[in-house]
Structure formats: structure tokens, C-alpha cells
Ligand binder design. Structure first.
Ligand code: OGA
Ligand code: MN
Length: 287
């Protein structure tokens, strides 16, 4: 059990993120320790616990403090042609995010290269509350995970735009394992769709977040399609402003959790010559 007094919280950037030292997540957290973690999570939106040695069970236990750890195995969709991906492949749960291949076939998901900004599960009726990633093997260069602060994106809008978008709903679409919106056609009947408030009031902080992203968000409900697309494009551009983004450079043993309700994330490119292996569990609302 960590002694809460020795836990430190150090901001990772001016825009979001904090590093927490003095906590060994291989051990259960008591109530006092979780209170410190939860407070930092709400305040900083992304937390990094460096130097961890975590089993899958450790990671599931940690997820369980926040909500329900999604622990089903996801199909490694990268093994499936897009046309073969079914609803069953969209199970919630654990996956390896990795470029490791066996007989030339990726053993996990999202194997290669860069990935556009998105919020995990925004194409589902109940998006994931948070996502955790544990860095088992990381490349020396690149493969950073980028985080964008969606509270700050909403704050950055002019008052007239805030007024215009309040109450609007955004239509999100996704094809499992896609890393770029150009990889799939939103009108393809196989796509998963969901509609969500464009301005998302965070249930725990009460703050407004601009819930829109480049990979999944397409148009606005009850608005002319072209007009909606233009509005989405304008808001996406705000959400990706460099001053709202923190790029996390991975060190082996880093354990990250981020709040999908107020953070978008993306990935920078990296060489296929180095191994990148992360263990990922999502967290859903407990209810
Ligand atoms: C994810 C994801 C980014 C990364 O696991 O949901 O978007 O850096 N990963 O691999
Ligand atoms: Mn993701």
C-alpha cells in the first residue's frame, strides 16, 4: 500500500497530463490512495505511472477502481479484411496494440504507423469512460501517443460558436482498426455509428468538452449534410491546435490512463523495424 504522503503529481505539459510517482500498481490501492489518483485523473485528464511491472490482472484491478474493466478479448481485426469484420469484432475489452507479427500476421490491433485523433468508443452508444495502456516494448523513436485537451478546445471557441453548437449532436462512424478516416466510407452499411452531444458535459467535473474528432466524426444530426461536415471540419481543426496537444514519448514500464470524455488521442508514426507492444484495457461506466 503506498503511503499517500509520498505520492507526487507532476504536470507533464501545460495543457494536460501528469506523472504520478510513488505508486506501485502491482499492489492494490487503498481508498486513500485511489482518492489521490482519482482526483489527479479528473484534474489532469491523462496520468502516467512510470516504472510499473503489471500483469494483466493488475491492470484489470486498477481499471475496476474507475468503473467496469472491459476484459473480453477483441478480435485482432487487422487479421480480417474490412468486409469480414462483424459486429462481434467490436467487443469491448483487452487488446494488444502491437506491430508484432506471427507468420506475417499481426498478433494484436493497430499495428503500424500513425493514427488520427479520436476518442475510444465514440462510435458506440456507450463510449469508454477511459482507456489504459501499458508499455511493454516501445520504440526508441516515434510512436508517441498524442493527447488533446477537449475542455480547452471548447474554451477556445468564440462565444458565438459556443452558442451555435450547444445542444447539437454529432454523428460518429468507425471501422475497427482504421487509423485514418480515408480508410472507410461512412455510408458503407458495415460501419458502426453513434450519435452524441457535440458539447459533452463531463459527468464528474461538470465542465464542457468539445466532443468531436477527425477519425470518427462526420456530420451533425438534423443539419444539412454538407453544412454539418463543414462545421465538423472547423471544430476538428480547433480540437487539434498544437497548443492543446501533449505528445507522450513512451518509456518501457509506463502505464497510462486517459479520460475519453474530455481527451482525444492520436499516434505519431514509427519505424516498422522496432517492436512496439502495449497492453490495452478500456473502462466502461459501472452501471
Ligand atoms: C488505442 C490507441 C494509440 C497508440 O489503443 O486506443 O489509440 O499510441 N492507441 O498506440
Ligand atoms: Mn484509441
Amino acid at each position: 500500500m503506498p503511503d499517500v504522503a509520498s505520492v507526487t503529481v507532476t504536470p507533464l505539459s501545460p495543457v494536460l497530463g501528469a506523472r504520478m510517482d510513488g505508486i506501485d500498481l502491482h499492489r492494490p490501492l487503498d481508498e486513500a490512495a485511489f482518492a489521490v489518483v482519482h482526483d489527479a485523473f479528473l484534474r489532469h485528464q491523462v496520468l502516467c505511472f512510470p516504472g510499473q511491472h503489471l500483469s494483466a490482472d493488475d491492470q484489470i484491478r486498477f481499471c475496476g477502481y474507475f468503473g467496469r474493466a472491459d476484459s473480453d478479448y477483441k478480435a485482432p481485426a487487422s487479421q480480417l479484411a474490412p468486409a469480414d469484420r462483424t459486429r462481434a469484432d467490436y467487443r469491448k475489452g483487452v487488446m494488444l496494440v502491437t506491430n508484432v507479427r506471427k507468420d506475417g500476421v499481426p498478433i494484436g490491433n493497430l499495428p503500424d504507423g500513425d493514427m488520427q485523433f479520436h476518442s475510444d468508443g465514440a462510435h458506440r452508444p456507450n463510449p469508454y469512460l477511459a482507456t489504459t495502456l501499458y508499455g511493454i516494448r516501445v520504440p526508441r523513436e516515434g510512436g508517441d501517443t498524442l493527447f488533446a485537451n477537449l475542455y480547452a478546445a471548447h474554451d477556445a471557441l468564440p462565444p458565438s460558436m459556443k452558442e451555435r453548437i450547444e445542444g447539437l449532436r454529432v454523428h460518429n462512424v468507425y471501422l475497427l482498426d482504421a487509423t485514418d478516416a480515408a480508410e472507410f466510407d461512412a455510408d458503407d452499411p458495415r460501419m458502426r455509428h453513434a450519435v452524441h452531444p457535440l458539447v459533452r458535459v463531463h459527468p464528474e467535473t461538470g465542465r464542457r468538452a468539445l466532443y468531436v474528432n477527425r477519425l470518427m466524426s462526420r456530420w451533425i444530426e438534423d443539419m444539412d449534410r454538407a453544412e454539418g461536415e463543414a462545421l465538423v471540419a472547423e471544430l476538428v481543426a480547433v480540437s487539434e491546435r498544437p497548443e492543446l496537444v501533449y505528445a507522450h514519448k513512451w518509456t518501457q514500464g509506463d502505464f497510462l490512463i486517459w479520460d475519453n470524455r474530455c481527451v482525444n488521442h492520436a499516434r505519431s508514426d514509427f519505424t516498422p523495424d522496432e517492436v512496439r507492444l502495449l497492453r490495452r484495457y478500456t473502462i466502461s461506466d459501472a452501471a
